[in-house]
Write a protein of this length. Structure first.
Lengths: 253, 311
């Protein structure tokens, strides 16, 4: 069984991004970029399924700027067999909307014919939490979002999902789309030799134009501003002080 | 203008507080039609039709809609929603699961976590873990979005006659998924996203047993219990207690963070709290940069003392 894993190149989660003073967006030009953490979890899950003998091939796809090749190299080092970069823009500041990403992924799925797509639940930059669901709709497939456990057998996937108030288990008919939550697994550490070896693995580049997908944005970002800042308050020295402040000053008790 | 608002029913109960808050958030768009999907929704419909801002309640009654599976629910919203200009819902796991699917069926974008409806096509939403707020304009025919309800106050009761209730036809279930089970905890505590007081614990608690001390303080205050990702990952607290960028967004009057360092991802979920209290032994912990009141010290000494002296 073939598994497709979409991975997005995003700002590193340890970085504090800065909003440009003219309100035109956040500054991404000289920021450390990494693989979206949820996609790392997706890839790890695919690799585990391959190690168990359930999956036979893992194909990773990234859509965006040419620099996403670096991300795909890491993905290959982690255990993907092949990678595809869909070159959709040259501008590191341009985010491709989930609707367009899902349509592009649907084209790749048609060509590659995987039985399972494992995506991240959300990209930590746009925080949209949409692409996996949109892809499932585009393909007419079932979806198992926010997975914290996954079992794949012939023709079906058993997905345990993190829902409001607890957990839900669904059995999905394959092919299907699954999106990962934080508890699904702990991604492995990639050692240097793996990264070197991965340089020999195939990384195909696809021009957007060959796919015939319209990526014209549906949203215009009118402005990007910093949220109101919270002020650091006071440090107190005793529980009694705290209770008194909460009662008399803040009025919340 | 016409707005369809998806309501939620858990175990037969309307999530009324969230619906009422969503109504306030959507008020700039005028009155809304509420869609209820499930089985035996009469009680829920009865509650919904009395809320201020509701023009009509549409009820879809079918076994396929009982567990919130995205495929049948999306098919329903596609058929009911075709007549609307806006389709909205609270920003919960339930809605975030289904609305993007609906959006693709309409060939439109979806917006997650809207914090302000400025006008019919302009919305505010946080991005980059809440480090930036975007104002976006949608060019789509149907605007589909989820709203963060925590920061809005609930709409009151409707004056005069209750809104009409109608039943809507349910499309054939695409049968792409089979529900196996739900493991949910029915709690006496208030809901995290609407609680007036939230007490959260982090990795500093050290164990599941110790985490009970967080719950003890929350119970004494009549509040909800939250947790950091690290506390959830370590198994001290269940998944759905996670507060933050990729968990629940809270906006209580009082947020108490105990043994939580204050990572960006955690702060993203608590920024709208009115008053933040932090208890941490590390004076340099970033949580103190956003806390109104900080207690530097050992939580195992301070937390029991606070619980004992409060109330
Ligand atoms: C993709 C992604 C998404 C994430 N989403 C979220 C999210 O939604 N929510 C979230 O919370 N995190 C999230 N995180 C994780 C986040 O980055 C932090 O790792 C996490 O919030 C840390 O949790 P913590 O503060 O409990 O643990 P730590 O950072 O380990 O802090 C523990 C704190 O406890 C204090 N402490 C220890 N012992 C005592 C004691 N005896 N008395 C007093 N204080 C004590 C320490 O001084 C320390 O400050 C996410 C991370 C990623 C990569
Ligand atoms: N540009 C992209 N390239 C590849 N995968 C993407 C891209 N954007 C989103 N995805 C996938 O979709 C998931 C959810 O992203 P989003 O819907 O943008 O929050 C991510 O975790 C990725 O798996």
């Amino acid at each position: 069984m073939k598994i497709l894993v979409p991975v997005k190149r995003v700002f590193d989660y340890n970085v504090r991004v800065r909003v440009r003073s003219d309100g035109s967006g956040v500054e991404l030009a000289n920021v450390k970029m990494s693989m979206n953490p949820f996609d790392e979890i997706a890839l790890e899950e695919a690799v585990r399924l391959k190690e168990k003998g359930v999956a036979t091939e893992i194909v990773a796809v990234s859509i965006g700027v040419p620099q996403a090749k670096d991300t795909l190299r890491t993905v290959l080092a982690m255990g993907a067999d092949r990678a595809i970069l869909v070159h959709a823009t040259d501008d590191v500041q341009q985010d491709i909307e989930p609707l367009a990403v899902a349509k592009i992924l649907a084209k790749i799925v048609e060509a590659e014919n995987p039985q399972l797509v494992i995506a991240g639940k959300q990209a930590i930059d746009n925080d949209m939490n949409a692409t996996g669901q949109m892809l499932a709709a585009a393909l007419g497939w079932g979806q198992g979002t926010y997975a914290s456990a996954l079992e794949v057998s012939e023709g079906a996937a058993l997905v345990t999902r993190e829902i409001d108030g607890g957990l839900q288990t669904l059995r999905l008919k394959l092919p299907a789309v699954v999106t990962t939550d934080l508890r699904l697994n702990q991604p492995r550490y990639v050692a240097l030799p793996a990264i070197m070896k991965a340089k020999k693995k195939p990384l195909e580049e696809v021009a957007l134009a060959t796919l015939g997908v319209d990526i014209q944005p549906r949203l215009t970002v009118l402005s990007t501003v910093e949220p109101p800042k919270r002020q650091a308050g006071v440090k107190l020295h005793s529980v009694d002080d705290l209770i008194s402040k909460l009662k008399n000053e803040a009025g919340v008790l | 203008m016409s707005v369809l608002l998806l309501a939620e029913i858990h175990n037969g109960h309307l999530q009324k507080d969230m619906l009422a808050r969503a109504l306030t958030a959507l008020a700039p768009l005028g009155e809304v039609d509420v869609l209820l999907a499930g089985q035996n929704c009469n009680q829920a419909a009865e509650e919904a039709r009395h809320l201020k801002g509701v023009a009509k309640v549409s009820v879809a009654d079918d076994a396929s809609l009982l567990h919130g599976q995205a495929e049948p629910l999306a098919a329903l919203i596609k058929s009911v929603g075709a007549a609307y200009e806006h389709i909205a819902a609270g920003a919960t796991a339930f809605s975030r699961n289904v609305l993007p699917r609906v959006a693709m069926m309409f060939d439109v974008m979806v917006l997650a976590d809207v914090t302000c409806v400025k006008n019919a096509e302009t919305f505010e939403r946080p991005v980059y873990a809440g480090n930036a707020i975007q104002t976006v304009q949608s060019h789509d025919r149907v605007k589909i979005f989820t709203v963060r309800t925590a920061a809005f106050s609930p709409a009151g009761q409707r004056e005069g006659e209750a809104a009409p209730v109608e039943s809507v036809p349910v499309p054939v279930d695409p049968a792409l998924s089979v529900w196996v089970e739900d493991k949910t905890i029915v709690s006496e505590r208030p809901d995290l996203t609407s609680a007036k007081i939230v007490v959260s614990g982090g990795r500093g608690l050290g164990s599941e047993e110790n985490f009970h001390q967080i719950a003890a303080l929350a119970d004494k205050l009549g509040g909800a219990v939250g947790a950091s990702r690290a506390a959830v990952d370590a198994g001290y607290a269940p998944n759905d207690w996670q507060v933050g960028q990729t968990g629940k967004i809270v906006a209580p009057e009082l947020y108490v963070a105990v043994g939580i360092s204050g990572a960006i991802q955690h702060l993203a979920g608590i920024k709208d709290s009115k008053v933040i209290v932090a208890i941490n032994k590390d004076e340099e912990a970033p949580i103190f940069q956003v806390a109104d009141y900080g207690l530097v010290g050992d939580l195992f000494k301070l937390l029991p003392e606070l619980t004992e002296k409060i109330g």
